[in-house]
Structure formats: C-alpha cells, structure tokens
Design a protein around this ligand. Sequence first.
Ligand SMILES: [Zn+2]
Length: 173
Amino acid sequence: MIIRVTGIKAVHEPNYGSINEAKRILKLAFFLEGWLKQIYDDWNYELPEFKEPKMVDETKKQKKTTDSHPISNITNSLSGLTMTFSNNDSEYERWLITHNQGFVFNYFGGGQGSREMNKVHSASCRILYRKQDEGKRTTTFSKICSTNLSELEKHITNLRGNSWVYCKSCLNK
Ligand SMILES: [Zn+2]
C-alpha cells in the first residue's frame, strides 16, 4: 500500500518526500476513502470535491526546521490536545507525521541535574528521527506531544517546574 510505505519512509528519513508527493498521497487517500464508502456503505454517496490543503504560514521559529523537512508544512491540526506516548512507538510516529507543526517533549525525568535532558523539540526536529532510537522512541522515555506550545509548556511546568529546556537546534528560544 503506497500510503503506508511512504508514510513510514517519511518518518525514518527526514529528507524524504516533497510537498507535491505529500499532496499526491493525500489526494489518493481521499479518493480511496470515498471509494470505500461507496462500496461498503452508500452506493449513492458522491465524492465531494477534493481540495488541496492550504499552505500554513510559517512562523519565524519554525522556518528553520521546515527547510530541512519539507513535508512539514502540509498538515497542521488546530486542536491543542496534549498527548503522552509511553511504550507506543507506532502511535507516536503516526502523531509525528500528522502533526509535524506540533511540539514534542522528551520526558527524561530525573532531578535538577537532568534539566538539559528534558527537552522540548519541534515535531520536525531531526533529533526525533534518529535511526539509533528506532523501536525505542517511547519505551525508554515518554514523549509528551501537543500542537499548542503554550499548553505543552504548562503541562511540563506542572511536571517539572522550570527543570526543562528547549532544543537549541530546532527551537531557538
Ligand atoms: Zn530539536
């Protein structure tokens, strides 16, 4: 299935994919869904017109990271839901693909001495896609994810006070 294979590639290879390819797959998924609905659900169902997603305005902060990860300006969920992933790499990786304008907190834990290890990244940060972490991205430490940075910051502050940092390579704060 092309949709799945390409999705996985995008996760493991940050440089993979282009905006056009993402659009093409989105379109394919759209028609596939409509077709399945016609077959299994409602023969009279008419496919609504396909609309390409609008480009999301990049903020200065995110601009740097989108250059290295072109697929990242395609989708953006507006819900600011904060989710925690523990021992669930597949759901976490799915979240990363579908919320690549979001933010990820690597919940390392520990005391004040571990401050630097508790880091907030942009969802498109290369560090989150490192090959050596494959299969254990959420098993050693939980990942707390949100599309709303201030909501995530609140959540982390409840957990750790000020004992956490922003990633210097993706969030230059
Ligand atoms: Zn980062």
